[in-house]
Design a protein around this ligand. Structure first.
Ligand SMILES: C/C(=C\COP(=O)(O)OP(=O)(O)O)CO
Ligand code: SF4
Length: 402
């Protein structure tokens, strides 16, 4: 399938919308009242810090809703306003935040049902409206919806579309796209659907395995088993790694994407020599600005003397997990929570560990004066952060009285 031609023709269809519908002002007021926070604004205005009682809060200098998320959520709200009576579907979560997805449900936006691991698009009627989330959708899904003749509202973040353009360039130059990402993540599923040949590597360990195979060969069966869910169909590691291009899921750990890019550049240089490098290697920076800013702010925050860190964001939010990984790498005690409900009491906190397990930690709030670092992922409303901060103040105030 010529994915580039399909995308171009879709964009010219009268059923396809990728800009708002002229209800910006109305929706902006609604979003502000549902997701913004007066307290967080005050903390921003006082140099990102606030002390109340025994608790000093240090907020990261960049955190919370990114531009792409604000845009996607606003478009979804506008869609509801513009099509008040039509049936509206969404192909996945609009972004990875439970409270925002709950709001979608309350607005009667329905999620496409999943049977086993397959989505059942038979429920969608031709006059229905379908929202594509901020991560985008695979080209096959777009084709199904286009064939049905439904109205498509595409909220894909332009930074994500930029990565799709990058893999299209790899395809044109007959380079295999090496995508630094999670093969099950919606964004990576979408990106790989636009790629020609591709291989998805999760981390530096997997990248090193591939680089070693390029230089020294290895066990082909083992390679194929290791990447069975993370490569294009018919992928042949002995033929398809002669020319490679780097792309990534926009929200991975920035430093790791950079290291992976350098690793493949050196590998191809070693194998083919500097004069041939351009024929065998392509790289474009596809980490988005928002991801960079939030990770850089986190790196600064963990340099402070903190008693603990609270990282707030959906448990399936990749960028939030990367923020917690930074705290973990620096040896800062940190808890990833998705809502204030996880702060069970002054003694107990329910949180997501980096390995994905949900655990309960005891005695998480130290006695006496404490400094708490706070950050939140790109899909976390400020309101959720405010609720968590207020709860910490409340637990500590009660502890003093007791
Ligand atoms: C939509 C989006 C980022 C916003 O944060 P999310 O937490 O929704 O997504 P992710 O970090 O990719 O799991 C894709 O870049
Ligand atoms: S994190 Fe970046 S790519 Fe993702 S929605 Fe936000 S701005 Fe877009």
């Amino acid at each position: 399938m010529d994915t580039k031609a399909f995308k171009r023709s879709l964009q010219h269809s009268e059923n396809y919308h990728r800009k708002g519908f002229g209800h910006q002002a109305e929706v902006a007021t609604q979003l502000e009242s549902e997701y913004q926070s007066q307290l967080i604004q005050e903390i921003r205005n006082s140099n990102y810090t606030l002390t109340r009682g025994d608790v000093t809060i240090y907020l990261a200098q960049a955190f919370g809703f990114c531009w792409g998320v604000e845009r996607a959520v606003a478009m979804a709200y506008e869609t509801r306003t513009h099509f008040p009576t039509e049936r509206i579907w969404i192909t996945n979560e609009i972004i990875h935040n439970p409270s925002v997805n709950q709001r979608m449900r309350e607005m009667d936006v329905e999620f496409i049902p999943v049977e086993g691991s397959k989505k059942d698009f038979s429920v969608v009627g031709s006059g229905d409206v379908v929202i594509l989330p901020a991560f985008g959708a695979s080209v096959q899904e777009m084709q199904i919806l286009n064939d049905k003749g439904c109205k498509i509202v595409d909220t894909t973040c332009p930074w994500v579309s930029k990565v799709w353009n990058t893999v299209e360039k790899h395809k044109k130059g007959e380079h295999t796209s090496i995508i630094h990402g999670k093969y099950k993540h919606e964004e990576t599923v979408a990106t790989s659907s636009f790629a020609g040949k591709y291989l998805i590597v999760l981390n530096m360990g997997e990248a090193e395995y591939v680089a070693d195979y390029i230089l020294n060969g290895g066990n082909r069966e083992e390679f194929l088993a290791k990447f069975s869910k993370a490569c294009s169909s018919g992928f042949d590691p002995d033929k398809d790694l002669e020319r490679v291009g780097i792309a990534n899921q926009t929200t991975m750990l920035k430093s790791e994407t950079e290291q992976i890019g350098k690793l493949f550049e050196h590998t191809m240089m070693k194998k083919y020599g500097p004069a041939e490098l351009n024929r065998h290697f392509q790289s474009f920076n596809t980490i988005c600005d928002a991801t960079q800013e939030r990770q850089d702010a986190m790196l600064e925050l963990v340099e402070q003397k903190l008693d603990l860190m609270i990282v707030i964001g959906g448990f399936n939010s990749s960028n939030t997990t990367q923020l917690q990984q930074i705290a973990d790498q620096r040896g800062v005690v940190s808890y990833h929570i998705d809502s204030v409900a996880r702060l069970l009491s002054g003694n107990k906190i329910e949180h997501r560990e980096l390995n994905g397990q949900i655990a309960i930690a005891e005695n998480w709030l130290p006695d006496g004066k404490i400094v708490v670092g706070i950050t939140s992922g790109a899909s976390t409303p400020d309101k959720v952060v405010e609720d968590a901060i207020e709860k910490i103040f409340e637990f500590k105030a009660t502890a003093v009285v007791a």
